[in-house]
Design a binder for this molecule. Sequence first.
Ligand SMILES: Nc1ncnc2c1ncn2[C@@H]1O[C@H](COP(=O)(O)OP(=O)(O)OP(=O)(O)O)[C@@H](O)[C@H]1O
Ligand SMILES: [Mg+2]
Length: 209
Amino acid sequence: MFCLRGVRYRDILDIERLEIPEGKVTCIVGESGSGKTTLLRLLNKLISYDNGEIVYKGRSLKDIDSVELRRRVVMLPQTPPIFPGTVRDNLLIGLVFSEKPLVGEEKLLEIMEMVHLDKGLDEDAEKLSGGEKQRLALGRVLLMDPEVFLLDEPSSALDEDTEEVVIGSLVKYAGERGKTVVMVTHSKQVARSFSDKIVEINHGRVVSR
Ligand SMILES: Nc1ncnc2c1ncn2[C@@H]1O[C@H](COP(=O)(O)OP(=O)(O)OP(=O)(O)O)[C@@H](O)[C@H]1O
Ligand SMILES: [Mg+2]
C-alpha cells in the first residue's frame, strides 16, 4: 500500500526500505523520540521528505494532492483535539472538515459502542476524561471511513483491559472492511496480539527483525 525507498527527513528519519501491506495491521514500535510520529506525518503528507520516494498505491506522494490523500489516508494525532460542543459534534467534525456526507444517529451509536464509550451523544465533550476523549477522537476517525488509518498511540490513555477491547474491535472493524491500519504503540501486548507486521524504529532507522 505504502512503499518507502531511501526516504530521509532532516536528521530525524533515514529509511532505506519499508513496505506497509494493504488490508493489514502494521504496528510501529520504538523508543520515545525515535521518529514514529514523524513517519506517520510523512505518510499523511503533513511534512515532505527530503530524499527518496514514498509511493502510495503505485503513485508518488509528490503527485497526489494533499487534500485528496487526506480523504483516503486519515491520521489520528498523538494528542487529538477535542472541540467545544457535544460528543456528537466531536464525532461529526472529521466528516465536516473532509467534506464527506454526515451520518445518522444509528451509525454514531454503533461507533460509540465500538470505541467502548458509554456516554450520551448530547453530553459536553470537554467534560470527558482523558481516556474517554481519546476514544471519542478514535470514533471520529473511524467515521471518516478512509482506506488507511494512521493511528498515533490510540490507546495510550487507556487501562489494559479497555485497550484490549477497543483495539480489538478496531482491528476487527478494519479487517472486515479491508482497511489498512498503521498504528504506533508503546504496548508490546497490543503489537503482539493485533499486528500482522511489526516495524521497529531506532534513531530514525528501521531495525530489521
Ligand atoms: N518539527 C520538528 N523540528 C525539529 N525536530 C523535530 C520535529 N519534529 C520532531 N522532531 C524531533 O525528531 C525526533 C523524533 O520525533 P517523533 O515525534 O517522531 O518521535 P516519536 O518516536 O513519535 O516519540 P514519542 O514516542 O515520544 O512520541 C525527536 O528527537 C524530535 O525532537
Ligand atoms: Mg510520537
